[in-house]
Design a protein around this ligand. Structure first.
Ligand code: CA
Length: 261
């Protein structure tokens, strides 16, 4: 991965840093204004995304390189991040690692090719969704809205059930109120989407859930092309929690297999 020291070759002063795009004075009725950080070095794409998201009533800030993106994420605490993979300085993978280490934030990653998405999925990078360029702005907006709905729903669920005891399935405990997961007493750090997926699977142990159903329930996004995203998060969960927890039912979906306590 990118050596952080190489970032010195790409000065990221204020000029290269985050620039606030103009936001409309009011969002849509009944909808909270979301803050979106766009990390994208291609000016035409960054501008097009910023303009479209601003038109949705969202607050948008653009960072032009990886280090500026990490800084902006820490400063802004955005609700969601649109992150290009290929960036000057540190790449999108390293940006994701640094941001997620600080605080989990939903990330939609932009890739250049489908096989690049596959590679990132294999690495279990920790993004919540992926889109391959070129993409339509309408699809980007739809996916971001689904991501934000998911985060809202998770926050409501957490605040509505403060006294709910953690789920214990074998040696795995899932605390929905605190959104924390332990296996054999060791805390496992999951992204917001990984957490939702685990809760969904663990709520119906030994039951096969189809990829389409997981996509609809967890991502709030019904499109067969998105099942790739489901696979990526299953791989990430297995890497973090152990490969034995989730069984693949080929051609159908996945089942949570409770481990021995
Ligand atoms: Ca790029």
């Amino acid at each position: 991965m990118a050596d952080p020291r190489s970032a010195s070759a790409f000065p990221s002063g204020p000029a290269a840093g985050a620039n606030r795009a103009p936001a409309p004075s009011s969002g849509q009725p009944g909808q909270q204004t979301a803050t979106v950080l766009v990390v994208e070095d291609e000016p035409a794409i960054a501008t097009a995304i910023a303009q479209r998201l601003s038109a949705e009533g969202w607050r948008v800030e653009v960072a032009r390189d990886g280090l500026s993106g990490v800084d902006a994420a820490q400063r802004l605490r955005p609700d969601v991040i649109v992150l290009d993979v290929m960036l000057p300085g540190i790449d999108g993978l390293e940006v994701t690692r640094r941001i997620q280490a600080e605080q989990p934030v939903p990330i939609l990653m932009l890739t250049a090719r489908d096989d690049e998405t596959d590679m990132l999925i294999g690495l279990g990078v920790g993004a919540d969704d992926y889109m391959t360029k070129p993409f339509s702005m309408r699809e980007l907006v739809a996916r971001l809205k689904a991501l934000l709905r998911r985060v809202d729903r998770a926050a409501q669920a957490a605040s509505a059930t403060p006294a709910e005891p953690p789920m214990a399935v074998g040696d795995v405990t899932i605390d929905k109120a605190q959104r924390r997961v332990h296996r054999s007493g060791e805390e496992v750090h999951l992204t917001p989407t990984e957490f939702e997926l685990l809760v969904m699977l663990a709520s119906s142990p030994r039951t096969v859930l189809t990829r389409e159903r997981l996509l609809a329930e967890v991502w709030d996004w019904a499109d067969a092309s998105g099942t790739r995203t489901v696979d990526s998060h299953i791989k990430a969960l297995r890497r973090k929690l152990g490969a034995d927890l989730i069984r693949t039912v080929h051609g159908v979906g996945y089942a949570f297999e409770p481990p021995a306590g």
